[in-house]
Design a protein around this ligand. Structure first.
Ligand SMILES: NC(=O)c1ccc[n+]([C@@H]2O[C@H](COP(=O)([O-])OP(=O)(O)OC[C@H]3O[C@@H](n4cnc5c(N)ncnc54)[C@H](OP(=O)(O)O)[C@@H]3O)[C@@H](O)[C@H]2O)c1
Length: 289
């Protein structure tokens, strides 16, 4: 039986992988305490002890704003850690699956980005994630990098996705504001988990954009979440959402405006459409009821 080690074992995507773990794979989920991306010696020891056939690295430093302050610690998790892990894996003939971000693009375009478009990160988080994915791809052509965006999904203890935030803010009767000048593709974590396992079975390597269909602005995404929640009686009525521009939030950090990724290469490899985030949202809300 193939042994798969999943890092970042307490995170959102790791939870989705846990829920669909197939019977013919033995999946081991390790959190930061047991498998720290910032500590290559710990990773080497664990790989030697656990002898996985494959590693799925879901661990990351994902607090985009904090990366600007915590520059070295975030770089260790997002850039040098994945590269070290990829080299350790390559030396042991272990395939690595790693995740990248839509933020590697500068957002100056208005049409979906493909895998061959040149990245141009605007902030430290994006630069770190880009260095990480490049380090992984350099270490072995068998390694797989899946760039994703705006992940959402159900988790037993973590309720920090955009869907959770919008619902909580609406329930508490607080004012809702969302940007009209930021667009990307919401991606349902269980779909990403499913594509990951399918691509592993297909023996895919290299870079893929792994997102659901259809780009949307933050503002429209927020409104759709509220409408769907009302239909499922999770909210009595949809409160108004005030449209704002990114500049409203006065952040010193630059965020790209348009980072819609094209999932064409992914769906061609899977032999089917990647599917809509709307279906994922409905599944998540049904579960939240
Ligand atoms: N979420 C999104 O919208 C989004 C968008 C684009 C790309 N991605 C990428 O998709 C992948 C999965 O994201 P996710 O949403 O599942 O992330 P997540 O829920 O934040 O989980 C990431 C996990 O990594 C752990 N971690 C942090 N520092 C670590 C370290 N030094 N060593 C080992 N583990 C560490 C975190 O543990 P602690 O809780 O202890 O910190 C957390 O459990 C990541 O590569 C992420 O960058 C996500």
């Amino acid at each position: 039986m193939k042994r798969i080690l999943v890092t970042g074992g307490d995170g959102l995507l790791a939870h989705a992988l846990r829920e669909i773990a197939p019977r013919d794979f033995e999946m081991m989920f390790l959190g930061r305490a047991e498998f720290d991306l910032a500590r290559p010696e710990v990773m080497a020891r664990q790989l030697a002890a656990l002898r996985p056939h494959l590693v799925i690295n879901t661990a990351a430093y994902n607090q985009v704003d904090r990366c600007e302050i915590e520059r070295d610690p975030s770089w260790a998790v997002n850039a040098t850690g994945p590269e070290a892990l990829a080299q350790l894996c390559a030396a042991r003939d272990i395939r690595l699956v790693h995740y990248g971000t839509d933020y590697v693009f500068d957002g100056a375009r208005k049409t979906p980005y493909s895998e061959t478009d040149p990245p141009n990160p605007l902030n430290h988080y994006a630069a770190g994630k880009l260095a990480g994915e490049r380090g992984v791809l350099r270490a072995s052509p068998q390694h797989l990098v899946l760039r994703t965006s705006w992940l959402f999904g159900w988790h037993p203890t973590r309720t920090k996705t955009f869907v959770h935030t919008i619902l909580k803010t609406a329930r508490e009767g607080r004012p809702l504001k969302a940007t009209t000048d930021q667009a990307s593709v919401p991606t349902f974590a269980p779909d990403l988990a499913q594509w990951t396992l399918e691509l592993i079975r297909l023996g895919a390597g290299g870079l893929f954009h792994a997102v659901n269909d259809e780009g949307v602005s933050r503002f429209d995404w927020a409104k759709i979440i509220l409408e769907e929640a009302v239909q499922r009686r999770l909210l009595p009525a949809a409160p108004p959402v005030e449209p704002v521009l990114s500049s409203f939030f006065n952040s010193a950090m630059r965020r790209p405006e348009y980072t819609v990724l094209s999932n064409r290469k992914l769906s061609e490899r899977l032999g089917r459409p990647a599917g809509s985030w709307r279906a994922g949202l409905r599944k998540m809300l049904a579960r939240m009821r």
